[in-house]
Design a protein around this ligand. Structure first.
Ligand code: ATP
Ligand code: MG
Length: 261
């Protein structure tokens, strides 16, 4: 499959055990640059566990990760990040009391080394943050605004800006719109599309079919820790995907007229 050979990040035969629980069972996964992949599945299906493996938080119990054609072993999220794989967590993991620009660079601020210390260049950090937000068409009053003053959608946007500030190649988002008001959802989804147009591989976990069908190129469904089904969006329907989440396949002929493009 052409898609497969162009995969930037792949997982082959991944298992993850938590004590007696098998959270993932022989899972295969791939995503390409410039592709938005939706990952769906019921609660406990293994979605977050798979993403935590892809972003270096967990090691797989068995199986292989392949990045850019080479097997990789991530000892920590930092290892994955160094390769350009970033995860935006469900709770955004932002520091509410700090200004936007500091959240974007948290721990990776531009500056110069002086002895064992890094002297942070705040003017440069502000300028770089403002330029980066501009590139992503994220509008904030000022990069000096503390994150706790922002709406849910703006916070999500800052979390995405943080994830993409260092030339990310893969951005993984766990439920990026779950906590947002409806009017903020569209902006975040458009931001996801703009990452795609910058060539980033984007993976979104979502329970919302509207998000999946608006933003994704392809959808994969996990069911009880296994690959259940996957399809380009243009070749499936909402009802079919909802069926996959519940562990059913087929019987969709009568729904063929419901096809969504
Ligand atoms: N750190 C952990 N320790 C023990 N069990 C875990 C851990 N993380 C996940 N699990 C278990 O692994 C399975 C998959 O969980 P996971 O969080 O990946 O599901 P999910 O698809 O993300 O679900 P949700 O939609 O509810 O977020 C569940 O049975 C869960 O209880
Ligand atoms: Mg989850």
């Amino acid at each position: 499959m052409a898609e497969q050979s162009a995969a930037l990040l792949k997982a082959e035969g991944v298992y993850k055990y938590f004590g007696a629980i098998t959270a993932l069972r022989d899972v295969n996964f791939h995503v390409a640059s410039g592709e938005v992949l939706g990952v769906v599945g019921d609660n406990g299906a293994g979605k977050s566990t798979l993403m935590k493996i892809l972003s270096g938080l967990y090691a797989p119990s068995e199986g292989t990760l392949i990045f850019d054609g080479r097997p990789v072993h991530f000892g920590s999220p930092r290892d994955a990040r160094n390769m350009g794989i970033e995860m935006v967590y469900q709770d955004f993991a932002l520091a509410g009391n700090l200004p936007i620009y500091e959240n974007i660079y948290l721990g990776r601020e531009p500056g110069r080394r002086l002895g064992g210390l890094t002297i942070i260049d705040r003017r440069l950090a502000r300028k770089m943050a403002a330029e980066h937000l501009d590139r992503l068409k994220i509008h904030v009053k000022s990069v000096d605004q503390p994150v706790e003053e922002l709406s849910g959608g703006q916070r999500q946007a800052v979390a995405i800006a943080r994830a993409t500030a260092f030339d990310a190649k893969v951005v993984i988002m766990d439920e990026p719109t779950a906590a947002l008001a409806i009017k903020e959802v569209g902006k975040v989804l458009d931001l996801i599309k703009s990452l795609k147009h910058h060539g980033v591989a984007v993976i979104i976990i979502s329970h919302r079919m509207d998000d999946i069908f608006y933003a994704c190129d392809r959808v994969m469904a996990l069911y009880q820790g296994t690959n259940f089904a996957e399809s380009p969006l243009a070749a499936t329907t909402r009802n079919e995907v909802i069926g996959w989440i519940m562990g059913t396949k087929g019987h969709t002929d009568s729904l063929a007229h419901d096809k969504v493009h």
